[in-house]
Design a protein. Structure first.
Length: 115
């Protein structure tokens, strides 16, 4: 929770350096806070499992896309980007993990990081 709160506070600080968000900027501001929180929280959450899944390519791809997503969100907050397409691209790890969950359910396994 602390890592997510720290990332969200960092995104808020980076955005507020450009001034207070007005009107439709509030939607992008809120989305940046939520994405920063979730990305940092998930990175901290999966860190203890690194040794168990170190040989799995799908785990590494998820972890690195989380890092890329967090970086993109923080940079978008710094640049005060209001285009929601940037944040939709930053949601790539979540679309990826949903696909992995679907595949694991089809294969009837409890482990998401199969390969």
């Amino acid at each position: 929770m602390l890592s997510g709160a720290l990332a969200a506070a960092g995104a808020a600080l980076l955005r507020l350096l450009k001034g207070r968000p007005q009107g439709e900027e509030l939607e992008a501001f809120a989305l940046a806070l939520v994405l920063a929180f979730i990305d940092a929280f998930m990175l901290a959450y999966i860190a203890p499992f690194y040794q168990a899944f170190a040989a799995k390519l799908t785990f590494h791809f998820f972890a690195y896309t989380l890092l890329a997503s967090l970086t993109a969100v923080l940079y978008a907050a710094y640049r005060a980007v209001t285009d929601l397409k940037v944040y939709a691209v930053a949601m790539t790890p979540w679309f990826y993990i949903l696909a992995l969950i679907l595949v694991s359910r089809i294969l009837r396994t409890a482990v998401i990081f199969i390969w």
